[in-house]
Write a protein that binds this ligand. Structure first.
Ligand code: BES
Ligand code: ZN
Ligand code: ZN
Length: 471
């Protein structure tokens, strides 16, 4: 699903072309272009236009004056538009001529590549389209940057594939097998704890959620530890791996709720794919990924409201709602993370429906105890346009999580649920930590530019770029 990409130093003739430019004056290099006509066409709202003659010429005017992050995003979206045109016209060979700004050219290319995704594994009539080869003409763009981008796009596609796979394929065991394949490809290690081991370790949160399932849970540990790692203590990423969330006995209604809950392992997919990108691009950083995985189902032996469970760290939790399952298995993974003496832990999870109420599909909801890292993440998120909104973790949010008969209850109250769920997780941390709730952004009902309907991969580009800048 990825085209071949080659850097060139001389413009090719007789080939469809995208021209990225920041000023109309710079177009004087192209004597064949009627600049006045182009300026007129672009005077309206849009920043791109096409000519077909019969080769496709696509012009993207990158407007200065806009905040840089918006300018980059405009380039990505133009790249996505260009993809649509190529697909319609069945153009398989093309060149992109940049304007000597590596960031804008790469953003345009990124939007184009990310748009070439499709999940057609189960379809007889596939409508995939990927150009066969793209030539990039921009002195500022290096071959390494292109290779890095290709790997990152591949990682995003891994995330999307994993999220789009239904439970009929992606059980917890299969999810582990997929992580093992990714590890073998990229060179990170993967250790999978089976049900017996999980029971022996007394991971009570993961075990409780799995009680109603006929399929066993897994607990997955991925590690990338290069010799040239700059950090002494690892960054640990924790991902929610609920391969399907029916709600359990606190059953979800089907329409617009349970029907897309195959996406509930998106956090785990982001963690696995981030390790893939980090390892494949050989970042000099020690990174560990932890993904507790199971489905959440009602059954004869399912956990019930009123149960009291004992978590991996010994905390007791009164279950008030079996649909608040994510925090239970994440809490066990967070406690387990202590073993690594981490410099920072970041968990990623489709945790609360109210995260979607806060951000729609525009941003994830972040919180944590490390203002410095939240600040860094926000900056990276703006640049790559996987943005975040921070919500507080005030002490008052811990109150609804008290229980008369146990240390905590797993529900709290409806109001401020996203923070309350974060507050529950915070109980299991004694390290520098961020919690990213991706419930609003992991899965789209409708395509939005270079983000397809279904799994979006949101979070993978963000964590990769965050880690790249970590030291
Ligand atoms: N998996 C859901 C959250 C979710 C909602 C993910 C929408 C993606 C899109 C989670 O396990 C859940 O059911 N949360 C409940 C918590 C409540 C019972 C406290 C929710 O948000 O309603
Ligand atoms: Zn749930
Ligand atoms: Zn869930």
């Amino acid at each position: 699903m990825l085209p071949k990409i080659e850097k060139i130093s001389v413009q090719k003739q007789n080939i469809s072309t995208a021209v990225l430019f920041q000023s109309f004056e710079s177009l004087s290099n192209y004597p064949e272009i009627d600049v006045d006509y182009l300026e007129e066409k672009l005077a309206k709202e849009t920043d791109w236009t096409i000519f077909k003659q019969p080769l496709v010429y696509f012009f993207h005017h990158s407007k200065e004056g806009k905040e840089h992050s918006f300018q980059l995003e405009a380039a990505r979206q133009a790249g996505s538009k260009f993809y649509d045109v190529l697909k319609n016209e069945k153009v398989t060979l093309l060149q992109i001529t940049g304007n000597s700004c590596d960031e804008l050219t790469l953003a345009f290319l990124e939007g184009l590549l990310l748009s070439g995704y499709s999940f057609s594994k189960y379809k007889k009539e596939k409508d995939d389209f990927v150009p066969s080869e793209i030539f990039v003409l921009d002195d500022e763009v290096s071959e390494n940057q292109i290779a890095e981008l290709q790997t990152l796009v591949k990682a995003v596609f891994y995330t999307r594939n994993l999220v789009n796979e239904p439970l009929s394929y992606l059980t917890a065991t299969r999810f582990s097998e997929e992580m093992e394949k990714m590890g073998a490809d990229a060179g990170f290690t993967v250790e999978v704890f089976n049900k017996k081991k999980i029971e022996a370790l007394r991971m009570g949160g993961l075990m409780a959620v799995n009680k109603g399932s006929i399929d066993p849970p897994t607990f997955n540990i991925m590690e990338w530890k290069p010799e040239n790692a700059l950090n002494e203590r690892p960054v640990v990423l924790v991902g929610k791996g609920v391969v399907f969330d029916t709600g359990g006995l606190s059953l979800k209604p089907t329409a617009k709720s349970m029907d897309y809950m195959k996406c509930d392992m998106a956090g785990g997919a982001v963690v696995a794919a981030t390790l893939y990108a980090v390892a494949k691009n050989k970042l000099p950083l020690h990174v560990v990924g932890l993904v507790p995985a199971t489905d959440n189902r009602p059954d004869g032996n399912a956990y019930v409201p009123g149960d009291v469970i004992t978590m991996f760290d010994g905390t007791t939790v009164e279950i008030k709602n079996t649909d608040a399952e994510g925090r239970l298995l994440l809490a066990d993974a967070l406690s387990y993370a202590k073993k690594f003496n981490p410099e920072l832990v970041v968990d990623v999870a489709t945790l609360t429906g109210s995260a979607e109420i806060i951000t729609g599909s525009q941003a994830l909801v972040a919180m944590g105890n490390s203002a410095e890292n939240l600040q860094k993440l926000k900056k990276v998120g703006d640049e790559i346009y996987e943005r975040m909104i921070e919500v507080p973790l005030w002490d008052e949010f811990a109150k609804p999580l008290k229980s008369n008969i146990a240390d905590l209850n797993n529900l709290g109250v409806r109001e401020a649920q996203t923070s309350i769920a974060g507050k529950f997780l915070e109980h299991f941390t004694d390290f520098s930590w961020m919690h990213l709730d991706i419930a609003g952004v992991a899965f789209l009902q409708e395509k939005d530019s270079y983000r397809p309907a279904g799994g979006t991969g949101f979070g993978t580009r963000l964590l990769y770029h965050f880690l790249k800048k970590f030291n």
